[in-house]
Design a protein around this ligand. Structure first.
Ligand SMILES: CCCCC/C=C\C/C=C\CC/C=C/CC(=O)SCCNC(=O)CCNC(=O)[C@H](O)C(C)(C)COP(=O)(O)OP(=O)(O)OC[C@H]1O[C@@H](n2cnc3c(N)ncnc32)[C@H](O)[C@@H]1OP(=O)(O)O
Length: 229
């Protein structure tokens, strides 16, 4: 599947300033509760606070939030619903699982499947990227765990990234280490964020970065010391 032109943001839902802090705590007051809309599909839970216009999309697909066809389909539907809700201005994507943001594409989707199923899966991967990259909402990845390969792509596709500092958490397009080649548009998404030279090195060596290392290479808007965002 080829790509057409993707328009990015540009609506009144975008703030003038770069967004540097994200409120992710529990509701401050019970009166806030009435302005909250929640929905849950098996793999993704969404909470929208209409008073702030911020939605939090939590991945809840154990063991590792791998991007299966079902997961990607739910993700696109959830994002579309938020996109259509004019009260929603921004969305934070994060994980409900400890230690893992997303393990990337579901390996089991890429093994022993029919050509039709492979086509459907690959289209869903592209759809996820198109919808997230082309979103009119401000998109933020709160990376509270490991995020290799496709998980990293998802984070890079957001407008802003915040990562929890933990030496066990790594992020990067590490496909080379797995003996596969990162598709060109994975690479391009990384180039957009960290530039050609860093991307070249990272992809050649299949590097996974810790939060402080990634910060040095300008991956982040911010990072936090708490192990759970
Ligand atoms: C269909 C193809 C169409 C044609 C397309 C054409 C061209 C495209 C060509 C190539 C595609 C290139 C793009 C690739 C991008 C990707 O994202 S590939 C996936 C890369 N990701 C990984 O390899 C992640 C590997 N996993 C890990 O590193 C670790 O599991 C972890 C995430 C760091 C977590 O570690 P932890 O120790 O906590 O857990 P475990 O390792 O014990 O894992 C628990 C459990 O989860 C299973 N699992 C892990 N990762 C995946 C995964 N990506 N998909 C599915 N399942 C996964 C693991 O096997 C364990 O399972 P269990 O043994 O049954 O408990």
């Amino acid at each position: 599947m080829g790509f057409g032109t993707v328009s990015r943001g540009g609506s009144s839902r975008w703030p003038d300033q770069r967004l540097c802090t994200v409120e992710m705590g529990p509701p401050c007051h019970t009166s806030c509760l009435s302005r909250r809309k929640s929905s849950s599909s098996p793999k993704i839970k969404v909470d929208l606070d209409s008073s702030t216009g911020i939605a939090v999309m939590k991945f809840q697909s154990p063991p590792v939030n791998s991007l299966s066809l079902d997961f990607l389909t739910e993700f696109c539907i959830s994002l579309e619903k938020l996109e259509m809700d004019r009260s929603c201005r921004g969305v934070v994507v994060t994980s409900a699982l400890p230690k893992i943001f997303s393990a990337g594409l579901d390996i089991m989707e890429m093994y022993g499947k029919s050509p039709e199923r492979c086509g459907e899966f690959w289209k869903a991967v592209q759809e996820m990227w198109l919808k997230l990259y082309g979103s009119n909402m401000v998109t933020i990845a709160a990376i509270n765990g490991s995020s290799p390969a496709g998980g990293c792509l998802m984070a890079l596709t957001c407008d802003y990234r915040i990562m929890a500092e933990n030496p066990r958490y790594g992020i990067g397009l590490n496909e080379t280490q797995l003996g596969i080649v990162a598709p060109f548009w994975f690479k391009d998404t990384m180039v957009n964020t960290v530039g050609h030279r860093t991307t070249e090195l990272a992809l050649e060596l299949g590097l996974l970065y810790s939060a402080p290392d990634a910060l040095r290479l300008a991956w982040w808007t911010s990072w936090c010391r708490r192990t759970r965002c």
